[in-house]
Every structure is written in C-alpha cells, then in structure tokens.
Design a protein around this ligand. Structure first.
Ligand code: IDP
Ligand code: MG
Length: 159
C-alpha cells in the first residue's frame, strides 16, 4: 500500500516561483520526500521521459516545453501515493482541474487551447500516472544513492 511516485515541477512552475508552494502541499499531506533535484533536461532525456506520448500530435511541443528551462523533480512516498499525488495535482487540463488542486489553483488553460496554440500544455506539474510508470520514472530520474532512507514524524502520526 505504501507507494512511491515521481513529481516534476515543470519549467512554467519553476519560472513562476511556485517551487515552495508546490512542495508544501506534499509536505502538508504528510508525504515523505525521498529525493529531490533541479535539472535542465535535454531533448534526449525528455523524449525518454515522455516516450509513451511519442506518437501524439503534441509530442514535439511537449518536449520543447519540458526542456525550455530547469525543472524540480522529487520522489515522494506515502500510502496510495500514486493516486494521492494525482489527486493533489488535479486533472491534466487545468481548465478541468478542481480548485484546491495544484493545476486548478495555478493554471486555467485547456489542452484544446494548448494544441491550437502549438504549446506543450503548460500545466505546472507532472506526476506519475500509475505504479508502473512511477517505478520506471524514479529509476530514470534518480540514481539509487539519490533516494534516501530516513524517518519522518509523519510515519508515526500520519502513515
Ligand atoms: P498527465 O501529465 O496528467 O499525466 P498526459 O496525458 O500523460 O497527462 O500528458 C503529458 C503532458 O502532455 C501533459 O501534462 C501536458 O503537459 C501535455 N499534453 C497532454 N495533452 C495535450 C494536448 O492535447 N495538447 C498539448 N499538450 C498536451
Ligand atoms: Mg501522464
């Protein structure tokens, strides 16, 4: 039941100064941050991260968007973490994301609008979509010794 998930604050979130605000939401929920880094990924790495989308019409724009500035990636652990992280993040399209979610609070565009504008869909944040995706993404983004083992107070009071 205790799962891990990968979160990435996308270049729009970093440039808009939302790093602290976003991390706070996961900490507030009592999730455990296992590892974190700021990286400016290149095209090759982006194509690997978004491999599942390579046949999509927005793939080129998506790769351009995610490589246009540095991102902050972190691995979190918690009960049903994959589903719970997605719940905090909100729907893919900020237009449909509920207020209170990260995408709902910090963006409002629709994916229709993004596609029409030939944009990669600026929605502030990425979160793994399944447990399988989470395991593969954490392995892609972090070396073994970058994922830390320690105890949080949440493990006593929240988990
Ligand atoms: P997710 O990020 O909520 O898991 P995915 O369907 O996996 O959503 O899509 C990956 C990313 O691709 C989205 O977060 C968004 O940035 C972008 N994207 C998705 N659909 C569209 C679209 O129709 N037009 C432009 N960009 C899109
Ligand atoms: Mg996805």
């Amino acid at each position: 039941m205790i799962e891990r998930s990968l979160v990435i604050i996308k270049p729009d979130g970093v440039e808009r100064g939302l790093i602290g605000e976003i991390i706070k939401r996961f900490e507030n929920a009592g999730m455990k941050i296992l590892g974190m880094k700021m990286v400016w990924i290149d095209r090759k790495f982006a194509e690997k991260h978004y491999e599942a989308h390579k046949t999509k019409p927005f793939f080129k724009e998506l790769v351009e968007f995610i490589t246009e500035g540095p991102v902050v990636a972190f691995a979190v652990e918690g009960v049903h973490a994959v589903e719970n992280v997605r719940r905090l993040v909100g729907d893919t399209s900020p237009h449909e994301a509920a207020p209170g979610t990260i995408r709902g609070d910090f963006a409002h565009i629709s994916m229709d609008y993004a596609s029409r504008k030939k944009s990669g869909g600026k929605n502030v944040i990425h979160a793994s979509g399944s447990k399988k995706e989470a395991d593969a993404e954490i392995k892609l983004w972090f070396k073994k010794d970058e994922i830390h083992s320690y105890t949080t107070v949440h493990e006593k009071h929240v988990f």
